[in-house]
Design a protein around this ligand. Structure first.
Ligand code: GSH
Length: 233
Protein backbone atom coordinates (compact mmCIF):
# COMPACT_ATOMS: atom_id res chain seq x y z
CA UNK A 1 0.00 0.00 0.00
CA UNK A 2 1.19 3.51 -0.79
CA UNK A 3 0.42 6.30 1.69
CA UNK A 4 0.23 9.57 -0.23
CA UNK A 5 0.87 12.78 1.73
CA UNK A 6 -0.91 15.23 -0.44
CA UNK A 7 -2.71 18.48 -1.08
CA UNK A 8 -4.41 19.36 -4.42
CA UNK A 9 -1.65 21.52 -5.94
CA UNK A 10 0.36 21.05 -9.17
CA UNK A 11 3.10 19.10 -7.36
CA UNK A 12 0.53 17.06 -5.45
CA UNK A 13 -1.23 16.19 -8.71
CA UNK A 14 1.94 14.73 -10.19
CA UNK A 15 1.86 11.98 -7.55
CA UNK A 16 -1.90 11.37 -7.62
CA UNK A 17 -1.91 11.18 -11.44
CA UNK A 18 1.04 8.77 -11.36
CA UNK A 19 -0.60 6.49 -8.81
CA UNK A 20 -3.70 6.39 -11.01
CA UNK A 21 -1.59 5.72 -14.11
CA UNK A 22 0.25 2.75 -12.59
CA UNK A 23 -2.81 1.39 -10.74
CA UNK A 24 -1.22 0.88 -7.32
CA UNK A 25 -3.58 0.99 -4.32
CA UNK A 26 -3.08 4.13 -2.23
CA UNK A 27 -4.47 5.97 0.76
CA UNK A 28 -4.58 9.75 1.00
CA UNK A 29 -3.06 11.51 4.02
CA UNK A 30 -4.15 15.15 3.57
CA UNK A 31 -1.46 17.72 4.44
CA UNK A 32 -3.24 21.07 4.45
CA UNK A 33 -0.33 23.35 3.54
CA UNK A 34 -2.55 26.42 3.93
CA UNK A 35 -3.11 25.58 7.61
CA UNK A 36 0.53 24.56 8.34
CA UNK A 37 0.25 20.74 8.45
CA UNK A 38 3.57 20.59 6.56
CA UNK A 39 5.38 21.67 9.74
CA UNK A 40 4.12 18.72 11.79
CA UNK A 41 7.25 16.94 13.15
CA UNK A 42 5.86 13.55 12.04
CA UNK A 43 5.45 14.81 8.46
CA UNK A 44 8.95 16.39 8.53
CA UNK A 45 10.41 12.95 9.24
CA UNK A 46 9.08 11.90 5.80
CA UNK A 47 9.50 15.22 4.01
CA UNK A 48 12.31 17.28 5.64
CA UNK A 49 11.78 20.21 3.23
CA UNK A 50 8.15 20.67 4.47
CA UNK A 51 6.70 20.14 1.01
CA UNK A 52 4.11 17.84 -0.49
CA UNK A 53 3.93 15.36 -2.15
CA UNK A 54 5.56 12.58 -0.17
CA UNK A 55 4.85 8.88 -0.05
CA UNK A 56 5.43 5.91 2.21
CA UNK A 57 5.49 2.54 0.50
CA UNK A 58 4.57 0.04 3.21
CA UNK A 59 6.11 -2.66 1.01
CA UNK A 60 9.31 -0.88 0.03
CA UNK A 61 12.63 -2.35 -1.07
CA UNK A 62 13.76 -5.21 1.18
CA UNK A 63 10.11 -5.72 2.20
CA UNK A 64 10.39 -2.79 4.60
CA UNK A 65 8.50 0.53 4.57
CA UNK A 66 10.27 3.21 2.55
CA UNK A 67 9.47 6.93 2.39
CA UNK A 68 10.22 9.46 -0.34
CA UNK A 69 9.87 13.20 -0.86
CA UNK A 70 10.47 15.26 -4.08
CA UNK A 71 7.91 14.59 -6.80
CA UNK A 72 10.46 13.64 -9.49
CA UNK A 73 11.94 10.93 -7.25
CA UNK A 74 8.42 9.72 -6.39
CA UNK A 75 7.48 9.40 -10.08
CA UNK A 76 10.68 7.49 -10.84
CA UNK A 77 10.21 5.19 -7.84
CA UNK A 78 6.62 4.32 -8.79
CA UNK A 79 7.58 3.78 -12.44
CA UNK A 80 10.48 1.50 -11.57
CA UNK A 81 8.44 -0.39 -8.96
CA UNK A 82 5.67 -1.18 -11.43
CA UNK A 83 7.64 -1.20 -14.70
CA UNK A 84 5.03 1.22 -16.09
CA UNK A 85 6.09 4.47 -17.84
CA UNK A 86 9.69 3.24 -17.38
CA UNK A 87 11.13 2.71 -20.88
CA UNK A 88 13.56 -0.20 -21.24
CA UNK A 89 15.16 1.27 -24.36
CA UNK A 90 18.06 3.50 -23.19
CA UNK A 91 17.38 6.31 -25.68
CA UNK A 92 13.72 6.53 -24.72
CA UNK A 93 14.65 6.25 -21.06
CA UNK A 94 17.04 9.21 -21.21
CA UNK A 95 14.68 11.22 -23.44
CA UNK A 96 12.13 10.80 -20.67
CA UNK A 97 14.60 11.74 -17.92
CA UNK A 98 15.77 14.88 -19.71
CA UNK A 99 12.25 16.23 -20.06
CA UNK A 100 11.33 15.16 -16.53
CA UNK A 101 14.34 17.08 -15.16
CA UNK A 102 13.44 20.01 -17.42
CA UNK A 103 10.14 20.17 -15.55
CA UNK A 104 11.71 19.73 -12.12
CA UNK A 105 14.49 22.30 -12.62
CA UNK A 106 12.70 24.87 -14.78
CA UNK A 107 8.93 24.68 -15.23
CA UNK A 108 8.08 24.07 -11.55
CA UNK A 109 10.36 26.69 -9.96
CA UNK A 110 9.90 29.41 -12.62
CA UNK A 111 6.12 29.02 -13.01
CA UNK A 112 5.85 28.97 -9.22
CA UNK A 113 7.74 32.26 -8.89
CA UNK A 114 5.79 33.78 -11.80
CA UNK A 115 2.48 32.91 -10.09
CA UNK A 116 3.82 34.30 -6.81
CA UNK A 117 4.84 37.68 -8.18
CA UNK A 118 1.86 38.02 -10.54
CA UNK A 119 -0.82 37.10 -8.05
CA UNK A 120 0.26 36.59 -4.45
CA UNK A 121 3.08 38.98 -3.45
CA UNK A 122 1.85 41.65 -1.04
CA UNK A 123 4.04 44.30 -2.66
CA UNK A 124 4.34 44.80 -6.40
CA UNK A 125 7.90 44.04 -7.55
CA UNK A 126 7.94 44.91 -11.28
CA UNK A 127 11.42 43.50 -11.90
CA UNK A 128 10.51 40.09 -10.40
CA UNK A 129 7.08 40.08 -12.07
CA UNK A 130 8.69 40.74 -15.44
CA UNK A 131 11.63 38.37 -14.99
CA UNK A 132 9.52 35.35 -14.02
CA UNK A 133 6.86 36.13 -16.61
CA UNK A 134 9.57 36.23 -19.29
CA UNK A 135 11.00 32.93 -18.03
CA UNK A 136 7.55 31.34 -18.00
CA UNK A 137 6.86 32.47 -21.58
CA UNK A 138 10.31 31.31 -22.67
CA UNK A 139 9.68 27.85 -21.20
CA UNK A 140 6.27 27.66 -22.91
CA UNK A 141 8.21 28.42 -26.11
CA UNK A 142 10.70 25.59 -25.48
CA UNK A 143 7.83 23.15 -24.91
CA UNK A 144 5.91 24.43 -27.92
CA UNK A 145 8.87 23.83 -30.22
CA UNK A 146 9.37 20.33 -28.82
CA UNK A 147 5.67 19.49 -29.12
CA UNK A 148 5.57 20.76 -32.71
CA UNK A 149 7.62 17.71 -33.64
CA UNK A 150 6.60 15.20 -30.99
CA UNK A 151 3.24 14.07 -29.70
CA UNK A 152 4.50 14.10 -26.12
CA UNK A 153 7.37 15.87 -24.34
CA UNK A 154 9.74 12.88 -24.36
CA UNK A 155 8.81 11.82 -27.90
CA UNK A 156 6.21 9.45 -29.29
CA UNK A 157 5.11 8.03 -25.94
CA UNK A 158 3.33 9.48 -22.92
CA UNK A 159 5.91 9.60 -20.11
CA UNK A 160 6.79 10.84 -16.62
CA UNK A 161 7.68 14.18 -18.24
CA UNK A 162 4.02 14.66 -19.23
CA UNK A 163 2.81 13.50 -15.80
CA UNK A 164 5.07 16.12 -14.17
CA UNK A 165 4.43 19.00 -16.57
CA UNK A 166 0.70 18.75 -17.27
CA UNK A 167 -0.44 19.92 -13.78
CA UNK A 168 1.64 23.10 -14.20
CA UNK A 169 0.00 24.06 -17.51
CA UNK A 170 -3.71 23.74 -16.66
CA UNK A 171 -6.06 26.20 -18.40
CA UNK A 172 -6.99 27.70 -15.01
CA UNK A 173 -3.33 28.76 -14.53
CA UNK A 174 -2.99 30.60 -17.85
CA UNK A 175 -4.54 33.80 -16.51
CA UNK A 176 -2.42 33.89 -13.32
CA UNK A 177 0.72 33.16 -15.37
CA UNK A 178 -0.30 35.77 -17.99
CA UNK A 179 -0.02 33.21 -20.77
CA UNK A 180 -1.90 33.65 -24.04
CA UNK A 181 -2.11 29.98 -24.95
CA UNK A 182 -2.89 30.76 -28.59
CA UNK A 183 0.77 31.79 -28.92
CA UNK A 184 1.66 28.17 -28.02
CA UNK A 185 -0.67 26.02 -30.17
CA UNK A 186 1.32 22.81 -29.70
CA UNK A 187 1.22 23.10 -25.91
CA UNK A 188 -2.51 23.76 -26.21
CA UNK A 189 -3.01 20.63 -28.35
CA UNK A 190 -0.88 18.46 -26.03
CA UNK A 191 -2.61 19.82 -22.90
CA UNK A 192 -6.09 19.03 -24.25
CA UNK A 193 -4.94 15.55 -25.28
CA UNK A 194 -3.36 14.69 -21.89
CA UNK A 195 -6.46 16.07 -20.12
CA UNK A 196 -8.53 13.30 -21.72
CA UNK A 197 -6.65 10.48 -20.00
CA UNK A 198 -8.91 8.87 -17.38
CA UNK A 199 -5.98 8.51 -14.93
CA UNK A 200 -5.22 12.23 -15.27
CA UNK A 201 -8.86 13.09 -14.59
CA UNK A 202 -9.00 10.79 -11.55
CA UNK A 203 -5.65 12.09 -10.23
CA UNK A 204 -6.72 15.73 -10.52
CA UNK A 205 -10.03 14.98 -8.81
CA UNK A 206 -8.38 13.84 -5.54
CA UNK A 207 -9.47 16.33 -2.83
CA UNK A 208 -10.42 18.77 -5.60
CA UNK A 209 -13.07 20.20 -3.28
CA UNK A 210 -10.24 21.59 -1.07
CA UNK A 211 -8.51 23.41 -3.93
CA UNK A 212 -7.68 27.02 -3.15
CA UNK A 213 -9.12 29.63 -5.47
CA UNK A 214 -7.95 33.23 -5.63
CA UNK A 215 -5.47 34.92 -3.31
CA UNK A 216 -4.21 33.09 -0.21
CA UNK A 217 -5.79 34.08 3.10
CA UNK A 218 -3.55 35.83 5.64
CA UNK A 219 -3.15 32.50 7.50
CA UNK A 220 -2.14 30.68 4.30
CA UNK A 221 0.26 33.47 3.35
CA UNK A 222 1.92 33.28 6.77
CA UNK A 223 2.36 29.51 6.42
CA UNK A 224 3.59 29.51 2.84
CA UNK A 225 5.59 32.72 2.56
CA UNK A 226 5.73 34.35 5.99
CA UNK A 227 7.45 33.94 9.35
CA UNK A 228 6.06 30.43 9.98
CA UNK A 229 7.83 29.15 6.85
CA UNK A 230 11.18 30.49 8.08
CA UNK A 231 11.08 29.39 11.72
CA UNK A 232 14.07 27.25 12.66
CA UNK A 233 13.04 23.59 13.04
N1 GSH B 1 10.51 20.25 -5.55
C1 GSH B 1 9.35 19.85 -4.79
C2 GSH B 1 8.40 21.01 -4.68
C3 GSH B 1 7.18 20.65 -3.88
C4 GSH B 1 6.36 21.89 -3.50
O1 GSH B 1 6.76 23.05 -3.74
N2 GSH B 1 5.20 21.65 -2.90
C5 GSH B 1 4.37 22.74 -2.42
C6 GSH B 1 2.95 22.58 -2.92
S1 GSH B 1 2.86 22.64 -4.70
C7 GSH B 1 4.33 22.70 -0.91
O2 GSH B 1 4.26 21.64 -0.32
N3 GSH B 1 4.39 23.85 -0.23
C8 GSH B 1 4.36 23.91 1.19
C9 GSH B 1 5.23 25.00 1.74
O3 GSH B 1 5.76 25.81 0.95
O4 GSH B 1 5.40 25.04 2.96
C10 GSH B 1 8.68 18.65 -5.47
O5 GSH B 1 8.70 18.63 -6.71
O6 GSH B 1 8.17 17.75 -4.77
Amino acid sequence: MIHLYYWPTPNGHKASIMLEEVGLPYEIYPINILKGDQFDPEFLKISPNNRIPAIVDTEGPGDRPYSLFESGAILMYLAEKTGKLWPADPRRHYDMLQWLFFQMGNVGPMFGQNGHFQGYAKVDVPYARERYHNECKRLYGVMDKRLAQNEYLAGADYSLADVATYPWTLPRQWELHRINIDEFPNVKRWNAHVAQRPAVQRGCAVLAESQRVGKPTDEAFENLFGARQYQKR
